[in-house]
Design a protein around this ligand. Structure first.
Ligand code: SF4
Ligand code: SF4
Ligand code: FES
Length: 236
């Protein structure tokens, strides 16, 4: 059973529920911790590592989204060390795929781009890998461009946990990981996709988009995932 506990976040004493993660407790008090794979309403998986925080007495950095709060815990969310690591993580995300913002449907409405700007990423210090990755245009309404995918798995989780279709999975390992539709079918041949659009709306970048939008035109809906139930009747 959830209990009220007290923790400190950046020195400030706050009350939290014992079943919350550090990220949830921070958000409940209006505190910003960068995140990309987290989405309210979906299981936390700790995939992107942008939400790392320092916890007093713990010798390593912990992901705020998958670390439960504990009574008396003292959490640091902003420090030079954290800023350095978060910038490296973002730079690696850019280096691992082909994020050409200038020609992206989500330019100006992209969580990866927003975070990079917010955290002061002005150049990439790692060599770009320029991977050859697939683009799937076979679905009648939507597109998947893996050049822009950050492997956050929001699409996997929303399709499985909210829509109940489980169309998406991640195949491969490390930098070779790719999104796959139903054991490697093209999306247009999917047997289980209901065309609900939840994966598209949950995608933080332009990797999943609706057809018919040009550069900068694709905006994602921002209401809580539990309310993304009427997408079939919306503009998708
Ligand atoms: S449109 Fe809906 S059912 Fe189809 S893959 Fe996306 S979330 Fe799953
Ligand atoms: S397609 Fe989008 S939502 Fe799915 S893993 Fe890639 S970036 Fe995340
Ligand atoms: S938001 Fe915590 S690891 Fe991605």
């Amino acid at each position: 059973m959830s209990q009220k506990i007290s923790i400190r976040i950046d020195g400030e004493l706050i009350h939290a529920n014992s079943d919350q993660s550090i990220l949830e407790a921070a958000h409940a008090h209006g505190k910003f911790i960068p995140s990309l794979c987290h989405m309210k309403g979906l299981t936390a998986v700790g995939a992107c590592r942008l939400c790392i925080v320092e916890v007093a007495g713990v010798g390593r950095l912990l992901p705020a989204c998958t670390t439960p709060v504990q009574d008396g815990m003292s959490v640091t969310t902003q420090s030079d060390k954290l800023r350095r690591y978060r910038k490296i993580t973002l730079e690696l995300l850019f280096a691992e795929r082909n994020h050409v913002c200038a020609v992206c449907v989500s330019n100006g409405h992209c969580e990866l781009q927003d975070l990079a700007q917010k955290l002061g990423v002005t150049s990439i210090r790692f060599p770009y890998t320029y991977p050859k990755v697939p683009v799937d245009l076979t679905h009648k309404k939507f597109t998947l461009d893996q050049n822009r995918c950050i492997l956050c798995t929001r699409c996997v989780r929303v399709c499985t946990e909210v829509e109940g279709a489980h169309v998406w999975d991640v195949a491969g390992r490390g930098v070779g990981s790719r999104m796959v539709c139903e054991l490697n079918r093209s999306w247009g041949e999917s047997r289980y996709c209901t065309s609900c659009g939840k994966c598209v709306q949950s995608c933080p970048t332009g990797a999943l988009a609706e057809k018919g939008f040009a550069v900068e035109e694709m905006t994602k809906r921002t209401e809580p995932i539990s309310r993304l139930t009427d997408l079939r009747g919306a503009n998708v």
